[in-house]
Design a protein around this ligand. Sequence first.
Ligand SMILES: [Zn+2]
Length: 439
Amino acid sequence: MKRIGDCPQFTDETVIFKKGIKMKKIALTGFIIILFTLSFMLTSCTPKQDEEALKANAREIHERVLTVDTHADTPMVMVRSEWDIGERHEPGQRRGGKIDLPRMKEGGLDAEFFAVFVRQGDRTPEGYAIAKEMAHKGLDAVNKMCKDYPELVGLATTPDDAYRLERQGKRAAFIGMENGFPIGQDLSLVKEYYDRGVRYITLCHGGDNDICDSSTDERNPEDNGLSDFGKEVVAECNRLGIMIDVSHISDKSFFDVLQTTKAPVIASHSSVRAVCDHPRNLSDDMLKALAAHSGVIQICLVSSFLKKGKPHPERDKAIAALREKYESWRDIKDEATREKLWQEYREIYEKYPGERATQKDLVDHIDYVVKLIGVDHVGIGTDFDGGGGIQGCDDVTEMPNITEELVRRGYSEEDIQKIWGGNIMRVLKKVIEVAQESQ
Ligand SMILES: [Zn+2]
């Protein structure tokens, strides 16, 4: 006890010394806690921050890659005199269309294959003449757009054109022809259309024609595939450098085309039959054959090709009544009657709306193709202005949502680049090379 009393200074210093250690320990612990908190804040984010980062990353990827849509029937809208593709139309606006040049920029879409669509008509000299005239009207409309808005858009016929226009901040306008019917029975017309910019031809549409049989012609259920004239058309496309589009054609026509063509082919707007059973979609065997020929399937944004909706008896009843009222829809020649029919058809769907597919359903089809035949054989073909449009991607402004879903599923930028444009540009390049070799 005394000894301690003898050395009071020692005792006090010891206390101060011990207090100092204690203070340092507290300070150190505090410092470690702050450091840990800071590093935790830096390395981990809240779900909201994660979501924002993912969206920002997806948008950046969307802007960096060349984005190509291989099928929009917008020329049908463009031929209407009151409608101007250089003007912005509000998404969802009635008769506003799904695509215009300002909205293409908003949606980060670099290139569009404007499909000049011609309805299947009578296979008579008059029928062929009408089809040819309609085709030229559509071609005029796309060429006029490029003349009217040279600061916004340019005509593209090669991959180089698309990449150059993208660098210039302009949209690239490719031209496709939906239905080979305007060729009629005159092979020389293939070159005539090529000279006006056509770089793919969908061999047929909803009905059989002189080239091949369709996947959806109820009047002729027998599938005769590709005709002898069709084989000549395929060879002429190969010779000139036009991509052959197998969307809409029957299964036999598809395999006949693959046996005939020297160049890879595309399905400009079709989806996967194993995911959604529809004759317009491609079976696994077709997908494997497509890939074996280095081709590409461009998944279509038509809801009924992506997802089977629940049965809707009231709507089915209303549609059946409409069928009875107008009898054979395909045979209606009068435009006013046809317009009235479609108006009533749309009203039925507005009254009894079905379950719509979403961008998740779309990417399910992409996933399936990637697993079956690889990421080099899939792309996107919206069919905007021709029935395309889903929840989450109902017009061109919503296209970044597709990229977002791809990022969410773990696709790399390299994969996304292939899906959005790299694959279709590879096929076009190869088709041009095959043509150059043959000439
Ligand atoms: Zn179509």
